[in-house]
Design a protein. Sequence first.
Length: 469
Amino acid sequence: MQVAAVDVVNPRTGQVDYRFIPPSADQLAARAGELRKAQAGWRAAGLAARCAAMRRFATALESQRDAIVAALAIDTGRTHIAAGELASAANNIRRWCDRAPAIVEPPQFDSKMVPSLTIGHQLVPYSLVGVISPWNFPLALSLIDAVPALIAGCAVLIKPSEVTPRFAVPFREAIRSVPELSAVFDIIAGGRDTGAQLIPLVDAICFTGSVATGRKVGVAAAEHFIPAFLELGGKDPAVVLPGADLEQASDGILRSSCLATGQACLAIERVYVHESDHDRLVDLLVEKSKRVRFNHPDIDSGDIGPMIFGRQADIIDAHLDDAVARGAVIRCGGKSQNLGGGRYVPATVVTNVNHDMKLMTDETFGPITPVMKYRSVEEAVALANDTIYGLSGAVFARTLEEARAVAERINAGGMSLNDAGLTRETYEAEKHSFGCSGTGGSRHGDAGLTRFFRKKALLGQRGAPARLV
Ligand code: NAD
């Protein structure tokens, strides 16, 4: 059956300037079948051979750097972050290759419960892992699960977002330049239907995206009895305790709120500050926000790009309208602006907010920093935990110990102490997503790799089997 072409909008112009044809269900199934078939050889080749191929892939990505970064820059309307995504992808592949040998040794020991038993384990990778990625960091979030899965010995099929599919073309060239990898690894652009069709074809699904879609993916995965690793949205709080360095707190909060135009799951989207520090912190945030510049008209300049997905700008505008209608005050910035067809949202600071406002409860996904006063630490913790999400957050305090004591009371999987958004800077710390922010093992830290193995127990009887009669 002929599949309809998908039109893709350029975020800087608002115009459709790219089109692709998703695979038919049969084509997708056929490619999944090929990858699955080749996986046995990839697994049998052993860890050292797989890591050697992955290192060549890192080099291939760097060789395709100009083409991938150029395509990503059109997909996302920004160049600096596109270049950063590529550089950190290559580094991350090498980091996993360095780290993997130490963490894939299956445990072996003698039983304490039955002393004659030797307990061994075999680590059995899933044959085919599906990866469904979002539009906000198209390359990084396609590779974050794919790389450890491949190193574990799985085959991987990525379905990137239909909003940002251009990078997949040069990315595929990089895969193809490493023949043993191209037998077990592919990326196929497609829309929602392709994502839904992928789930029954794989043995585990890694999904990064919204809560609404994550719920559908989780249900589909349950129907097919496959594990779903769901990395979903967030509404990250920052709590600023009395005695915190407000200069540093405002730097960390602003960077985390506005980085990637706020289009990051781990962006700070709510700030709680003690009433005695409120005005000073707001002044600092406003003063610094006014210095944040659009990357328009020069894509190589500035700090804030256009919204990658135009409809997200409508959501941001709606959250601001709702907040203002309920008494919020916009201290700087404001709603989206149309510049040359792109939808740009300025760094925006909002005060007089409360939890009746969508701006404080729903994911806004823009460079907006709402600031709310609290009177006691108890109240601050309660406000930070008043959310369906639990991705990450931040606490600023006089000392790391003070910050940690409060961070331990916040229901989120990754807390930055005296900074914000640190789970984006390093993938070394294991973290789970709490609440509606996701399910499944940690994608960070060593578990990011070991979650792609099923453990098989091999129980050896050194004595004689017990007799029934
Ligand atoms: P989205 O949920 O709209 O789409 C994500 C992907 O799912 C896309 O590739 C899409 O084609 C696919 N899809 C849509 N319907 C599907 C279905 N029924 N079955 C299978 N696949 C389907 O998300 P988005 O708007 O692209 O991304 C933004 C969201 O991602 C935000 O909520 C953000 O917080 C979240 N996110 C989370 C993390 C994290 O690590 N927790 C990281 C980045 C982004």
